[in-house]
Design a protein around this ligand. Structure first.
Ligand code: UTP
Length: 297
Protein backbone atom coordinates (compact mmCIF):
# COMPACT_ATOMS: atom_id res chain seq x y z
CA UNK A 1 0.00 0.00 0.00
CA UNK A 2 1.74 3.15 -1.22
CA UNK A 3 1.57 6.29 0.94
CA UNK A 4 3.61 8.85 -0.95
CA UNK A 5 3.05 12.54 -0.37
CA UNK A 6 0.31 14.04 -2.52
CA UNK A 7 1.65 17.14 -4.29
CA UNK A 8 -0.20 17.06 -7.62
CA UNK A 9 -3.84 17.88 -8.22
CA UNK A 10 -6.00 17.63 -11.31
CA UNK A 11 -8.85 20.08 -11.83
CA UNK A 12 -11.12 18.72 -14.56
CA UNK A 13 -12.84 21.79 -16.00
CA UNK A 14 -13.56 20.68 -19.55
CA UNK A 15 -17.28 19.98 -19.11
CA UNK A 16 -19.87 21.85 -21.13
CA UNK A 17 -21.71 23.23 -18.11
CA UNK A 18 -25.06 22.92 -19.87
CA UNK A 19 -27.06 23.41 -16.67
CA UNK A 20 -25.91 27.02 -16.64
CA UNK A 21 -26.72 27.94 -20.21
CA UNK A 22 -26.85 30.60 -21.51
CA UNK A 23 -24.22 31.93 -19.05
CA UNK A 24 -21.80 29.10 -19.89
CA UNK A 25 -22.01 29.81 -23.59
CA UNK A 26 -19.14 32.25 -23.09
CA UNK A 27 -18.15 32.02 -19.40
CA UNK A 28 -16.58 28.86 -18.02
CA UNK A 29 -18.70 27.56 -15.14
CA UNK A 30 -15.62 27.59 -12.91
CA UNK A 31 -15.26 31.36 -13.34
CA UNK A 32 -18.76 32.06 -12.07
CA UNK A 33 -18.54 33.92 -8.80
CA UNK A 34 -19.61 32.91 -5.36
CA UNK A 35 -19.86 36.30 -3.61
CA UNK A 36 -16.69 37.81 -5.13
CA UNK A 37 -14.44 34.87 -5.94
CA UNK A 38 -14.76 32.47 -8.84
CA UNK A 39 -15.48 28.84 -8.00
CA UNK A 40 -12.00 27.85 -9.13
CA UNK A 41 -10.39 30.08 -6.49
CA UNK A 42 -12.11 28.14 -3.69
CA UNK A 43 -10.77 24.88 -5.11
CA UNK A 44 -7.24 26.25 -5.54
CA UNK A 45 -7.18 27.58 -1.97
CA UNK A 46 -8.35 24.21 -0.68
CA UNK A 47 -5.65 22.40 -2.66
CA UNK A 48 -2.93 24.78 -1.45
CA UNK A 49 -4.00 24.22 2.17
CA UNK A 50 -3.61 20.48 1.60
CA UNK A 51 -0.01 20.87 0.43
CA UNK A 52 -0.57 20.66 -3.33
CA UNK A 53 2.30 22.18 -5.32
CA UNK A 54 1.39 21.31 -8.93
CA UNK A 55 -1.97 22.31 -10.33
CA UNK A 56 -3.09 20.59 -13.53
CA UNK A 57 -6.14 21.93 -15.32
CA UNK A 58 -7.89 19.82 -17.90
CA UNK A 59 -9.64 22.40 -20.05
CA UNK A 60 -11.42 22.62 -23.37
CA UNK A 61 -12.33 25.13 -26.04
CA UNK A 62 -13.79 28.36 -24.69
CA UNK A 63 -12.05 28.23 -21.30
CA UNK A 64 -9.39 30.88 -21.89
CA UNK A 65 -10.94 33.15 -19.22
CA UNK A 66 -9.83 30.54 -16.74
CA UNK A 67 -6.22 30.65 -17.91
CA UNK A 68 -6.23 34.45 -17.85
CA UNK A 69 -7.58 34.45 -14.31
CA UNK A 70 -4.34 32.96 -12.96
CA UNK A 71 -2.10 35.30 -14.94
CA UNK A 72 -0.54 38.43 -13.53
CA UNK A 73 -2.36 41.67 -14.32
CA UNK A 74 0.49 44.22 -14.42
CA UNK A 75 -1.63 47.25 -15.35
CA UNK A 76 -4.19 46.55 -12.66
CA UNK A 77 -1.47 45.88 -10.09
CA UNK A 78 0.41 49.11 -10.83
CA UNK A 79 -2.75 51.19 -10.73
CA UNK A 80 -3.75 49.69 -7.37
CA UNK A 81 -0.21 50.27 -6.09
CA UNK A 82 -0.31 53.92 -7.18
CA UNK A 83 -3.66 54.36 -5.44
CA UNK A 84 -2.25 52.76 -2.26
CA UNK A 85 -4.90 50.02 -2.32
CA UNK A 86 -2.78 47.44 -0.52
CA UNK A 87 -5.74 45.33 0.60
CA UNK A 88 -6.90 44.80 -2.98
CA UNK A 89 -3.34 43.99 -4.02
CA UNK A 90 -3.26 41.30 -1.35
CA UNK A 91 -6.51 39.85 -2.65
CA UNK A 92 -5.01 39.71 -6.15
CA UNK A 93 -1.93 37.86 -4.87
CA UNK A 94 -4.06 34.79 -4.15
CA UNK A 95 -4.84 34.55 -7.86
CA UNK A 96 -1.20 34.39 -8.95
CA UNK A 97 0.51 31.07 -9.40
CA UNK A 98 4.26 30.52 -9.36
CA UNK A 99 5.81 29.98 -12.77
CA UNK A 100 5.61 26.33 -13.66
CA UNK A 101 3.19 25.44 -10.85
CA UNK A 102 0.20 25.43 -13.13
CA UNK A 103 -0.35 23.47 -16.33
CA UNK A 104 -3.22 23.41 -18.80
CA UNK A 105 -4.10 20.37 -20.85
CA UNK A 106 -6.86 20.07 -23.38
CA UNK A 107 -9.53 17.41 -23.41
CA UNK A 108 -10.47 17.37 -27.09
CA UNK A 109 -13.99 16.01 -26.55
CA UNK A 110 -16.15 15.87 -23.41
CA UNK A 111 -16.06 12.10 -23.02
CA UNK A 112 -16.58 12.16 -19.28
CA UNK A 113 -14.80 12.84 -16.00
CA UNK A 114 -12.71 9.66 -16.22
CA UNK A 115 -11.46 10.68 -19.66
CA UNK A 116 -10.66 14.21 -18.43
CA UNK A 117 -8.56 12.80 -15.58
CA UNK A 118 -6.83 10.37 -17.95
CA UNK A 119 -5.76 13.32 -20.13
CA UNK A 120 -3.35 14.29 -17.32
CA UNK A 121 -1.69 10.84 -17.11
CA UNK A 122 1.74 11.92 -18.37
CA UNK A 123 1.98 14.74 -15.85
CA UNK A 124 0.99 12.43 -12.99
CA UNK A 125 3.49 9.68 -13.84
CA UNK A 126 3.79 7.17 -11.04
CA UNK A 127 2.61 9.35 -8.17
CA UNK A 128 -0.58 9.55 -6.14
CA UNK A 129 -2.66 12.58 -7.05
CA UNK A 130 -5.70 14.53 -5.96
CA UNK A 131 -8.71 15.40 -8.10
CA UNK A 132 -10.90 18.36 -7.22
CA UNK A 133 -14.15 19.21 -8.99
CA UNK A 134 -14.47 22.97 -8.56
CA UNK A 135 -18.25 22.94 -8.80
CA UNK A 136 -18.38 21.06 -5.51
CA UNK A 137 -17.67 23.82 -3.01
CA UNK A 138 -17.10 22.71 0.57
CA UNK A 139 -17.38 25.03 3.54
CA UNK A 140 -15.31 23.54 6.34
CA UNK A 141 -13.26 24.70 9.27
CA UNK A 142 -10.38 22.53 8.06
CA UNK A 143 -10.44 22.38 4.25
CA UNK A 144 -11.83 19.08 3.00
CA UNK A 145 -8.79 17.97 0.99
CA UNK A 146 -6.54 18.67 3.97
CA UNK A 147 -8.75 16.41 6.12
CA UNK A 148 -8.45 13.75 3.43
CA UNK A 149 -4.67 14.04 3.12
CA UNK A 150 -4.40 13.48 6.87
CA UNK A 151 -6.67 10.43 6.70
CA UNK A 152 -4.81 9.15 3.64
CA UNK A 153 -1.58 9.21 5.63
CA UNK A 154 -3.10 6.35 7.65
CA UNK A 155 -4.65 4.39 4.81
CA UNK A 156 -2.79 4.96 1.54
CA UNK A 157 -4.66 3.42 -1.39
CA UNK A 158 -7.47 5.48 -2.90
CA UNK A 159 -9.71 7.82 -0.98
CA UNK A 160 -12.95 9.49 -2.05
CA UNK A 161 -14.85 12.17 -0.17
CA UNK A 162 -18.23 10.83 0.88
CA UNK A 163 -21.41 12.07 2.46
CA UNK A 164 -24.76 10.61 3.41
CA UNK A 165 -27.57 11.68 1.07
CA UNK A 166 -31.30 10.95 1.23
CA UNK A 167 -31.76 7.46 -0.30
CA UNK A 168 -33.96 8.81 -3.12
CA UNK A 169 -31.09 11.09 -4.20
CA UNK A 170 -28.38 8.40 -4.23
CA UNK A 171 -28.92 7.63 -7.91
CA UNK A 172 -27.50 11.05 -8.83
CA UNK A 173 -24.07 10.12 -7.41
CA UNK A 174 -21.37 7.52 -7.31
CA UNK A 175 -22.32 5.34 -4.31
CA UNK A 176 -20.14 3.27 -1.99
CA UNK A 177 -20.85 -0.29 -0.98
CA UNK A 178 -19.63 -0.25 2.61
CA UNK A 179 -17.32 -3.11 3.62
CA UNK A 180 -16.02 -1.91 6.96
CA UNK A 181 -17.30 1.22 8.67
CA UNK A 182 -14.65 2.79 10.87
CA UNK A 183 -16.41 6.09 11.48
CA UNK A 184 -14.91 8.86 9.41
CA UNK A 185 -13.12 6.27 7.24
CA UNK A 186 -15.04 3.56 5.42
CA UNK A 187 -13.49 0.66 3.57
CA UNK A 188 -15.43 0.06 0.37
CA UNK A 189 -16.31 -3.33 -1.02
CA UNK A 190 -17.83 -1.79 -4.11
CA UNK A 191 -18.61 1.47 -5.82
CA UNK A 192 -21.20 2.18 -8.47
CA UNK A 193 -21.90 5.27 -10.57
CA UNK A 194 -25.48 6.56 -10.62
CA UNK A 195 -27.18 3.32 -9.55
CA UNK A 196 -30.93 2.85 -9.99
CA UNK A 197 -32.64 3.89 -6.73
CA UNK A 198 -33.50 0.28 -5.83
CA UNK A 199 -29.97 -0.93 -6.57
CA UNK A 200 -27.98 1.66 -4.59
CA UNK A 201 -25.74 -0.29 -2.17
CA UNK A 202 -25.95 2.48 0.47
CA UNK A 203 -26.72 6.17 0.74
CA UNK A 204 -23.06 7.09 1.13
CA UNK A 205 -22.40 9.22 -1.95
CA UNK A 206 -19.10 10.22 -3.48
CA UNK A 207 -18.52 13.93 -4.07
CA UNK A 208 -15.85 15.82 -5.96
CA UNK A 209 -12.67 15.25 -3.96
CA UNK A 210 -10.40 12.28 -4.54
CA UNK A 211 -6.91 11.07 -3.67
CA UNK A 212 -5.98 8.39 -6.15
CA UNK A 213 -3.17 6.00 -6.87
CA UNK A 214 -1.55 5.97 -10.33
CA UNK A 215 -3.17 2.53 -10.82
CA UNK A 216 -6.43 4.38 -11.47
CA UNK A 217 -4.77 5.96 -14.52
CA UNK A 218 -3.80 2.50 -15.73
CA UNK A 219 -7.41 1.39 -15.30
CA UNK A 220 -8.58 4.42 -17.28
CA UNK A 221 -6.34 3.33 -20.19
CA UNK A 222 -8.98 0.72 -21.00
CA UNK A 223 -11.38 3.56 -21.92
CA UNK A 224 -14.46 1.63 -20.86
CA UNK A 225 -17.67 3.58 -21.31
CA UNK A 226 -19.91 3.42 -18.26
CA UNK A 227 -23.08 5.12 -17.01
CA UNK A 228 -24.47 7.65 -19.52
CA UNK A 229 -21.98 6.40 -22.15
CA UNK A 230 -19.20 8.43 -20.47
CA UNK A 231 -15.81 7.22 -19.34
CA UNK A 232 -16.43 7.17 -15.61
CA UNK A 233 -13.81 7.86 -12.97
CA UNK A 234 -15.92 5.84 -10.53
CA UNK A 235 -15.48 2.67 -12.61
CA UNK A 236 -11.69 3.05 -12.71
CA UNK A 237 -11.57 3.54 -8.93
CA UNK A 238 -13.98 0.64 -8.34
CA UNK A 239 -11.46 -1.69 -10.01
CA UNK A 240 -9.17 -1.07 -7.05
CA UNK A 241 -11.76 -2.40 -4.59
CA UNK A 242 -10.59 -5.93 -5.34
CA UNK A 243 -7.17 -4.96 -3.97
CA UNK A 244 -8.84 -3.65 -0.79
CA UNK A 245 -7.60 -0.16 -1.52
CA UNK A 246 -10.66 2.07 -1.77
CA UNK A 247 -11.74 4.17 1.18
CA UNK A 248 -14.57 6.62 1.63
CA UNK A 249 -13.95 9.59 3.88
CA UNK A 250 -16.82 11.28 5.71
CA UNK A 251 -15.49 14.83 5.71
CA UNK A 252 -16.53 17.44 8.23
CA UNK A 253 -18.13 20.34 6.40
CA UNK A 254 -21.00 21.41 4.20
CA UNK A 255 -20.89 20.64 0.49
CA UNK A 256 -22.68 22.79 -2.05
CA UNK A 257 -23.41 21.51 -5.53
CA UNK A 258 -22.53 24.64 -7.48
CA UNK A 259 -22.97 22.70 -10.72
CA UNK A 260 -26.73 23.07 -10.18
CA UNK A 261 -28.68 26.31 -10.02
CA UNK A 262 -30.34 25.55 -6.68
CA UNK A 263 -27.00 24.52 -5.15
CA UNK A 264 -25.31 27.65 -6.44
CA UNK A 265 -28.02 29.86 -4.94
CA UNK A 266 -27.78 28.04 -1.60
CA UNK A 267 -24.01 28.49 -1.59
CA UNK A 268 -24.40 32.18 -2.39
CA UNK A 269 -26.66 32.63 0.64
CA UNK A 270 -24.41 30.59 2.93
CA UNK A 271 -21.16 32.24 1.85
CA UNK A 272 -22.77 35.69 1.87
CA UNK A 273 -23.98 35.18 5.44
CA UNK A 274 -20.54 33.92 6.47
CA UNK A 275 -18.87 37.14 5.34
CA UNK A 276 -18.46 39.65 8.19
CA UNK A 277 -18.54 42.60 5.74
CA UNK A 278 -21.89 41.51 4.24
CA UNK A 279 -23.60 39.52 6.97
CA UNK A 280 -25.78 42.19 8.62
CA UNK A 281 -27.08 43.86 5.48
CA UNK A 282 -27.65 40.55 3.69
CA UNK A 283 -29.31 38.93 6.68
CA UNK A 284 -31.73 41.85 7.05
CA UNK A 285 -32.55 41.65 3.33
CA UNK A 286 -33.21 37.89 3.51
CA UNK A 287 -35.50 38.37 6.48
CA UNK A 288 -37.50 40.98 4.58
CA UNK A 289 -37.69 38.76 1.51
CA UNK A 290 -38.95 35.79 3.51
CA UNK A 291 -41.56 37.96 5.25
CA UNK A 292 -42.72 39.30 1.87
CA UNK A 293 -42.96 35.78 0.44
CA UNK A 294 -44.99 34.60 3.44
CA UNK A 295 -47.33 37.59 3.21
CA UNK A 296 -47.91 36.90 -0.50
CA UNK A 297 -48.93 33.27 0.14
P1 UTP B 1 -20.54 17.68 -14.72
O1 UTP B 1 -21.20 16.38 -14.60
O2 UTP B 1 -20.94 18.75 -13.77
O3 UTP B 1 -20.71 18.19 -16.21
O4 UTP B 1 -18.98 17.44 -14.63
P2 UTP B 1 -20.56 19.64 -16.81
O5 UTP B 1 -20.38 19.52 -18.27
O6 UTP B 1 -19.51 20.41 -16.09
O7 UTP B 1 -21.97 20.35 -16.48
P3 UTP B 1 -23.45 20.06 -17.01
O8 UTP B 1 -23.89 18.77 -16.37
O9 UTP B 1 -23.43 20.01 -18.51
O10 UTP B 1 -24.20 21.25 -16.51
C1 UTP B 1 -18.30 17.29 -13.40
C2 UTP B 1 -16.89 17.79 -13.55
O11 UTP B 1 -16.19 17.04 -14.54
C3 UTP B 1 -15.68 17.90 -15.55
C4 UTP B 1 -16.54 19.15 -15.47
O12 UTP B 1 -15.85 20.28 -16.00
C5 UTP B 1 -16.83 19.25 -13.99
O13 UTP B 1 -15.75 19.86 -13.28
N1 UTP B 1 -15.77 17.20 -16.85
C6 UTP B 1 -16.90 16.50 -17.18
C7 UTP B 1 -14.71 17.26 -17.73
O14 UTP B 1 -13.67 17.91 -17.45
N2 UTP B 1 -14.80 16.60 -18.91
C8 UTP B 1 -15.90 15.89 -19.26
O15 UTP B 1 -15.92 15.29 -20.36
C9 UTP B 1 -16.98 15.85 -18.37
Amino acid sequence: MSKRKVTKAIFPVAGLGTRFLPATKSIPKEIMTLVDRPLIQYAIDEARAAGIKEFIFVTSRGKSALEDYFDRAPELESSLKKAGKEQLLDILKDTNMDSGAIAYLRQDRPLGLGHAVWCARRMIGNEPFAVLLPDDVIAAEKPCLQQMVEAYEQTGGNMVAAMEVPPEKASAYGVLDIGEDMGSIVKAKGMVEKPKAEEAPSNLAVIGRYILSPKVMTNLNKMKHGAGGEIQLTDAIAEEVANGEVYGFRFRGQRYDCGSKAGFLQATVAFGLARPDLRDEFNAYLHDMVALQKAAQ
